[in-house]
Write a protein that binds this ligand. Structure first.
Ligand code: B1M
Length: 279
């Protein structure tokens, strides 16, 4: 039985920013046993420092202590790379440091992917995902892809900087139920819109449900460009994708009803979180 550690409440970066350069510890992971908490901090700092030769060891040690791959991704790995993003934004880090940290994330995901994908027990349909043209960020998209795979989908990952025409070709070839665009840059999010426009122009809008995600993407953006669903993280992407297959199977891509139904899933999730926080 995997150890349950709440990773939802660990998003505040203030402690990392101010008080831990010496101790390299924070008050995060309060519900984790002390020894696990220490290794979480070490993994977090391994990513911040970009020391990818040691990443494997931390991951393996934590897996050996019954920490689930999902907890590792949503916990210390997410916190570490978020701090890297903050440092980059504040000009404390430059591109080489970010690349080293990204390498740590890739190493860790390489170990975790087979474990997550092994959870797949059924085949419920195909999803095509890709990072839109001009954008090379793929860590988040890879996490979404592996969670989708674990949830029963066959995932066709088109990679990074995918031109709209390649999405069209993949829709024709693989006949997915869902196509998902990832974008991490404010300068490339518009390519989600361009790709969607081409899907419409090619007469494919009704045959696929279109998902959008990535750090600058929001529900408002999803509404504006007329995508079917926005997912702020991999878990909500999976919830919405499964709902598209099971509950809203007969609703066509682009149908306003589907768009509204997807919002209900967010509302349900928020209600569950609020309930858990109280209880
Ligand atoms: Co870049 N970068 N980067 N970067 N980078 C950001 C995005 C940035 C916010 C950093 C900052 O300023 N704080 C900034 C963008 C600012 C902006 O657009 N306003 C930025 C910049 C500027 C750049 C360059 C332009 C820098 C330069 O060259 N001067 C350059 C662009 C290159 C290009 O793409 N053409 C660049 C390059 C890079 C690296 C290559 C070094 C590296 C990427 C390596 C890689 O991915 N293989 C990198 C990294 C690592 C980052 C940060 C630090 C981390 C991104 C990440 O992996 N997050 C990032 C800072 C940040 O985001 N805070 C930053 C972790 C990941 C798990 O989260 O991707 O959000 P995320 O994914 C989540 C959700 O968003 C969602 O689920 C995921 C899992 O929960 N999700 C989806 C994502 N896709 C989804 C798709 C869905 C559904 C949900 O449906 C299909």
């Amino acid at each position: 039985m995997a150890l349950v550690i709440d990773t939802d409440k660990e998003n505040d970066l203030e402690d990392l920013q101010y008080d831990i350069e010496d101790s390299r510890k924070t008050d995060r992971w309060s519900d984790a046993p002390a020894e696990i908490k220490d290794i979480f901090h070490e993994l977090e700092w391994n990513i911040i420092d970009g020391e990818h030769t040691g990443t494997n060891e931390y991951i393996k040690t934590l897996l050996g202590r019954d920490i689930s791959p999902r907890t590792l991704i949503a916990g210390p790995m997410a916190a570490g790379i978020a701090e890297v993003g903050r440092r980059f934004k504040m000009d404390e880090y430059f591109l080489p440091e970010v690349m080293m940290s990204a390498k740590c994330m890739q190493v860790a995901l390489g170990v975790l992917k087979p474990l997550i994908v092994a959870e797949k027990t059924e085949d419920i349909g195909t999803v095509v995902v890709g990072t839109v043209q001009g954008d090379l960020h793929d860590i988040g998209k890879k996490i979404v892809a592996m969670m989708m795979e674990a949830a029963g989908f066959t995932v066709v990952d088109l990679g990074v900087s995918v031109p709209p025409e390649d999405f069209i070709a993949a829709i024709r070839k693989h006949k997915p139920r869902i196509v998902g665009f990832s974008a991490l840059l404010t300068t490339t999010m518009n390519m989600q819109w361009e790709t969607l426009k081409l899907i419409k122009a090619e007469g494919l809008r009704e045959v696929v449900k279109v998902f959008v995600g990535g750090a600058p993407i929001s529900q408002a953006w999803c509404d504006k460009i007329g995508a079917d669903a926005y997912a702020s993280d991999a878990l909500i992407a999976v919830d919405k994708a499964r709902a598209c297959i099971f509950k809203y199977k007969d609703v066509k891509g682009g149908d306003p009803k589907l768009h509204a139904d997807m919002l209900v899933i967010d509302a349900e999730r928020e209600a569950m979180k609020a309930k858990a926080a109280v209880g």
